[in-house]
Design a protein around this ligand. Structure first.
Ligand code: ZN
Ligand code: ZN
Length: 388
């Protein structure tokens, strides 16, 4: 396999460092990334892509670079949004907005995509096919990826394959990690139980929603322990109960908030059905009713097996075999990259975790993407695109 290892000079790396620092300093929340989008548009316009669409789903952008020969359209996804976290890094380029920071490495993802854009601007004639650089809003909480897909960014030209890099502080810079197993579905539910209020001293006159809720909390444990096969992981956690107004008043309503994590579509459907049946029948047994509201989580990130092998082989040649790690255990975390992939958006893709070695975890005030991984991440993308 031909490798493009000599293609990032010190000037290109310095550009990416500068862009990341500037983006890190801007840090804006999902769907409010106006300055970030303007910054990206300015840099991209100077690189004269073959197409640039702005204001997709509010602040999203797509830049297109056409190669000199026919071939597939490869997309690379980066995210614009920061998190509502107070930065504690003390870095000279720390967020200029108190309470908002790039604690998930999206500043680094954007800088690498800009680095890739600069490389494409200079080398696209050598490439087969085209490259679509997707910059999406609101990955963290708001499903910006779904809105980008609904807008039609996967068409014209049709995206054949899609890749995304994501920072992973637990592994060294220059290493990558590939997921062989999909992450979990994470769904939310509110269960609203209705009874009838009454005087606390005369409970037989009301229908106590607190008792129904208490019974339901215990009954629902059996969805995991008695209804799910031990080899199919299911998490059902009730994290919130709200009921009642006074010590001596029988509550007429109770609302339970639950999160459900499952790994396969059949189990997911069955758990939903169990949840609904047990909730309604438990309430009915005490003369009440239950209504359920479902908050659908992000689709799973399921890496395409053929692309996984391609990435593994190429990264082993490029970075060294010992720097390509495999995660065999499922994570219960989510990423809206799933909206682009086969189960939802229909495109085979691969999410690659990029080592950025940091003592601070993602989503904490001390996290910084750093500079070290920018070059290796961008080189990996360049080589992946060049491999088609
Ligand atoms: Zn995040
Ligand atoms: Zn993230």
């Amino acid at each position: 396999m031909k490798l493009w290892t000599e293609q990032l000079d010190s000037e290109a790396i310095a550009d990416m460092r500068r862009w990341r620092e500037q983006l890190h300093r801007i840090a804006e929340l999902g769907y409010g990334e106006y300055r970030t989008a303007a910054f990206l548009a300015k840099v991209l316009k100077e690189l004269a892509p073959d197409g640039l669409i702005e204001e997709i789903a509010g602040t999203g952008l797509v830049a297109l670079f056409r190669g000199g020969r026919p071939g597939p359209c490869i997309a690379v996804r980066a995210e614009l949004d920061a998190l509502p976290i107070n930065e504690t890094t003390g870095l000279p380029y720390a967020s200029g907005t108190p309470g908002v920071m790039h604690a998930c490495g999206h500043d680094g993802h954007m800088a690498m995509s800009l680095g890739l854009a600069a490389w494409l601007a200079a080398h696209k004639e050598e490439l087969a096919g085209s490259v679509k650089l997707i910059f999406q809003p609101a990955e963290e909480d708001g499903g910006g990826g779904a809105k980008m897909v609904d807008w039609g960014i996967l068409k014209d030209p049709v995206v054949d394959f899609i890749f995304a890099l994501h920072a992973r502080p637990e592994i060294k810079a220059g290493q990558i990690e590939l997921d062989d197993v999909p992450n979990a579905y994470a769904d939310g539910f509110d269960i609203r139980i209705k009874g009838a209020s009454g005087h606390g001293g005369y409970p037989h006159i009301g229908r106590d929603a607190v008792v129904m809720a208490s019974q339901l909390v215990m009954n629902l444990q059996q969805v995991v322990s008695r209804r799910s096969a031990p080899v199919d992981p299911v998490v059902l956690s009730i994290g919130r109960i709200q009921a009642g107004t006074a010590r001596n008043v029988i509550a007429d309503e109770a609302v339970l908030g639950a999160t459900i994590r499952t790994r396969c579509p059949d189990v997911r459907r069955r758990v939903f059905a169990d949840l609904e049946r047990i909730s309604k029948e438990t309430a009915a047994a005490f003369g009440g009713t239950a209504e359920l509201q479902h908050f659908e989580g992000y689709p799973r990130v399921v890496n395409d097996p053929t692309l996984l092998s391609r990435v593994r082989e190429l990264a082993s040649d490029l970075l060294g075999e010992d720097r390509v790690l495999t995660a065999t255990e499922a994570t219960m975390g989510g990423d809206d990259f799933g909206f682009y992939l086969e189960e939802a958006g229909g495109v085979p893709g691969c999410s690659i975790r990029l080592g950025v070695e940091s003592n601070a975890s993602l989503h904490t005030g001390g996290f910084d993407f750093g500079h070290e991984a920018l070059a290796s991440g961008t080189l990996l993308l360049i080589n992946l695109i060049g491999s088609f």
